[in-house]
Design a protein around this ligand. Sequence first.
Ligand code: BES
Ligand code: MN
Ligand code: ZN
Length: 483
Amino acid sequence: MQCIASLPNWFQLPCDCLVVGVPDDWKSASYIGELDASLSGLLTKLLESGDVPTKANTLTMLLAPVGIPAKQVVLVGTGVSSEWNTSTAFRAAGTAAKSVANRRLERVRFVGFTGSPAEQRAAICGALVGSVGQDLLRKEKSLFQPEVYEWVGIEEENIKRAFAIGESVNLARRLVNLPANYLYPESFANEAQIVAQQYKLGIEVWDKAKLESERCGSLLGVARGSVKEPRLVILHYRGGDSASAPIALVGKGVTFDSGGYSLKPTDGMLTMKCDMAGAATVLGIMQAAARLQASCNLVAIIGLVENLVSGDAFKLGDVLTARSGKTIEIHNTDAEGRLVLADCLDVALGFSPAKIVDFATLTGACCVALGNDISGLMTNNIAWQSEIQQAAERFGEYVWPLPMHGFFSEQIVGKVADIKNVGEGRWGGAITAAKFLEEFVNKTPWTHIDIAGPAFLDSPKPWCDAGGSGALVRTFAEMLSGS
Ligand code: BES
Ligand code: MN
Ligand code: ZN
């Protein structure tokens, strides 16, 4: 697929489908006028009669229009003009792209998706996301990416940036959508190798022997239940000056979470291939940073394990020794993500990062607190958290802070070891999980992002197929590349 700028006489040029964004105040949109003239007034007639809605994400199709060379026109409502932002732009373009992707098309042209450069990029990302589904392994695909997307009124340079970001979102989505018999620690590490090679990232992969010699006892404890050996992937991107400390991106990569001996019921286990979404997010962000030549230094630490049961799996009451030296009492083998991250965070500290952010599908409790569309932010440094919150707001994704009062830590004091891996009871479970992680970041500014809700869609949205969503790749790609 290719994304290019369209020519000024776009309405006179052939294409398979012309996607037209229609705002509530369409009368003041010049492109509607241009198109309407070629269509002999059909468009204004339809709009004036109210037969074509302008409500956000509503679709109307015109087949074989007379007067223009486009084979078909898809009108998509873009809603109230004053409410146009990076979120509504992403969704409207995604909705149109998804509806158009149900058939094989070569050239699709978008008009009416302008606004600020960030809004333009959001629309382009939306269109790239909307046209890719989760039917990776189906013989008969349900969505097809057109060969070319053309954008009217958007500069080539901005299209290039958006394309790099959109493809990175789709990378994260593809990895999340791959089932656990395709994607396991070793094969995820191979995917990271491919990205690193293509975009010139430094990479180091720790296998089981190396993890042992590095005394990553917490991560290794989780990994023991599976015959698939764990990996830890370290990626480097250097775009800033060599003296400046990197930002560390840490990702939970549990390629399948059965819960271990604290076994999940079938319903809860069914979608647990998604439990490596944090790792996929980090890889997506690293790819985007490299493609956008962001002027910062980044180090990524991705912890990859499979949480299964076996004769050698870790058990309730076991005590693990983390790389930092802290001992951890296991009260629930399903609270495994924090065990993997504990060692990853410690490895991150070794790079003396200026700040750390981790991404993890960490707790169901975070979904209870914030629903499925909002990621939870937890931090030891309000400034770093606010920076992330503001970026998410600006680029149209959804995050919200949860409190981190010191007394939550009382719940994770160990009975026989330094700490235990769950709180007392379920309440505040997203926060006690974060408090556990905080034990492994010393005083480094750190923000934990619990993406358990948004990372994976159980059912499709008009603008995105079900499955992996690539949540927050866009926000961080934009933020780190200084947009
Ligand atoms: N991977 C799950 C969290 C999760 C739940 C992600 C739903 C996506 C959707 C995590 O490892 C887990 O099982 N957490 C437990 C923690 C509990 C045992 C303290 C949970 O949320 O129930
Ligand atoms: Mn779990
Ligand atoms: Zn998990």
